[in-house]
Design a protein around this ligand. Structure first.
Ligand code: P53
Length: 501
């Protein structure tokens, strides 16, 4: 009993938060490279410019105005440029992962390292070589690479030239990119995630969108949500769903043994009370978060999608072949991130967003310093919910506690709160596997080596089992040190989740 043999323990990162080396090896700019730092009080920003030189800025989850293009401005700090410099530390970092006993490492590729402008005819060999080295280094230790093809990654040129995923041209560019990856690593990479958190994408950052209504994204915990332009966003995500299904088809032709996944942000949602309006409201918010996974798992838009489209006065534009490809090439497994749960309160319904962030307070749960409720039992709930709904193998590809770490005088980092967080989540995960018979492939806690926060751009919001010496403005030696959780997690993996204390 317990976790099955071969359970994939590991960790996860994303290129724009971890890799750095933003101008090295022929890499082109991505939208993530023009997002400033920020914090809980002061959100990350993106600057834009019109052709006549007029400038402005948006919060990072919003759309830029139509006719503007995103720009890099001097005198601002952009955390992705150096991030925590995996680009120059990958050997050391992978050795640390191996020391913890990782069976799998989930990382994302930087699209512009491989296609610097996104619409290039041929890939950049130097960029591919970097990932050859990473993959070979992982395989040397017997660590299975799990590659996320797109993780909040939008080539700047594609955003500015085509208005990002609004254009169906992006489907071709994405497939050109995916084909290179599938062919190059046909015999080295088995697990692929086509898109990260497909249900919380929005705005300029992740979809490259411009709009008359700038309050569109619901990307970060500070993003504001407006449904006014939700139609444009859904159309863009539809193009991504179609691209992802064609990628599945292509991948299956290249290597039928590939395991293809799509990925969701899935906080749990609870009704604030047993008032029927709270209960239905929570249910309705839930399915809004599941609409896109219904498509990738079941192969078609669910009936309630039409209700949502009507609400937004939106008509989904399908091209011939779209319905067929979605139907014929669903995902093999469903990957998801789980950090927290939220509450739907009928008295303040607009505070909950599609991925299930924000929401009303939950008096029964403690919170992280960033206000994210800690809810291990919610993870068991979500695992069951997803498995009951889809009967697809699941993969928890992100989970963890963003917290402040103190380095003691002797250099040690005693991150007991993080250990407690992870331990309690693993306990619930175990119940889901053992008692509820959920088919779970693996567990890769987020930011296993410290990296930049996506939502706030801070460094001090750390998730890692390994500490990286760097502050919110990029000062520090980048030296890696093992936290207490490093040793703890090593033993968890060694005992296949049996010893959690
Ligand atoms: P940070 C918001 C809510 C849920 C998941 O987030 C989210 C976000 C974005 O902030 O994204 C995932 O860094 C995402 C990672 C991100 C991680 O959650 O804001 O896939 O890139 O770092 C944690 O604490």
């Amino acid at each position: 009993m317990g976790f099955p043999e071969g359970f994939l323990w590991g960790g996860a990162t994303a290129a724009n938060q971890f890799e750095g080396g933003f101008k090295e090896g022929g890499r082109g700019l991505a939208v993530s490279d023009i997002i400033t730092d920020g914090n809980q009080e002061s959100p990350r920003r993106i600057f834009y410019e019109f052709d006549d030189g007029k400038q402005g800025s948006i919060r990072c989850g919003e759309c830029i105005p139509i006719g503007a293009h995103g720009v890099l401005k001097e005198d601002y700090y952009y955390p992705s440029h150096k991030a925590t410099d995996f680009y120059h530390h990958y050997k050391e970092d992978i050795a640390l992962m191996a020391e913890m006993g990782f069976k799998v490492y989930r990382f994302s590729l930087s699209w512009t390292r491989i296609f610097p402008n996104g619409d290039d005819e041929t890939p950049n060999e130097e960029g591919l070589k970097f990932y050859d080295n990473v993959i070979d280094e992982l395989l040397k230790y017997g660590i299975e690479p799990l590659v996320t093809i797109l993780h909040f990654d939008m080539p700047l040129n594609l955003a500015n030239k085509y208005n990002g995923w609004e254009s169906r041209k992006l489907i071709d560019f994405y497939l050109r990119y995916a084909e290179v990856l599938f062919k190059r690593w046909r015999d080295k990479v088995k697990y692929w995630v086509t898109v990260n958190e497909i249900n919380v994408l929005g705005g300029y950052w992740t979809l490259g969108l411009a709009s008359n209504n700038r309050l569109e994204g619901n990307h970060s915990n500070q993003g504001e949500t407006s449904f006014k332009d939700a139609g444009g966003k859904i159309q863009a995500i539809h193009h991504l769903l179609v691209a992802s299904a064609y990628a599945n088809k292509m991948a299956r032709e290249i290597n039928p043994n590939f395991k293809l996944g799509c990925m969701l942000a899935l906080s749990g949602i609870y009704p604030a009370t047993c008032h029927p309006k709270d209960v239905f409201g929570a249910y309705d918010f839930r399915r809004r978060a599941l609409m896109f996974s219904d498509v990738v798992c079941r192969g078609a838009y669910p009936n309630y999608a039409q209700t949502i489209f009507n609400e937004y006065d939106f008509q989904l534009k399908m091209e011939p072949g779209d319905e067929e490809i979605l139907k014929e090439h669903p995902t093999d497994f469903l990957a998801f991130s789980y950090y927290r749960t939220t509450v739907f309160d009928r008295n303040s319904p607009n505070t909950t967003t599609t991925g299930g962030q924000q929401g009303a307070p939950n008096p029964y749960l403690e919170k992280t310093p960033w206000g994210w409720p800690i809810d291990p039992e919610g993870l068991r709930f979500v695992l069951n919910e997803l498995y009951d709904r889809y009967q697809k193998p699941l993969f928890i590809v992100e989970n963890g506690m963003g917290n402040i770490d103190d380095v003691e005088e002797d250099g040690s980092i005693n991150d007991d709160d993080r250990i407690d967080y992870l331990k309690r989540h693993i306990e619930e995960m175990k119940k889901a596997v053992e008692i509820d018979h959920v088919d779970l492939l693996g567990y890769t806690p987020w930011g296993c080596i410290d990296l930049v926060s996506a939502g706030t751009g801070e460094m001090k919001k750390r998730y890692g089992l390994v500490y990286v010496d760097m502050d919110d403005k990029g000062n520090g030696t980048l030296k890696r040190s093992k936290k207490k959780s490093f040793y703890w997690y090593k033993n968890v993996i060694k005992t296949n989740g049996e010893e959690l204390d």
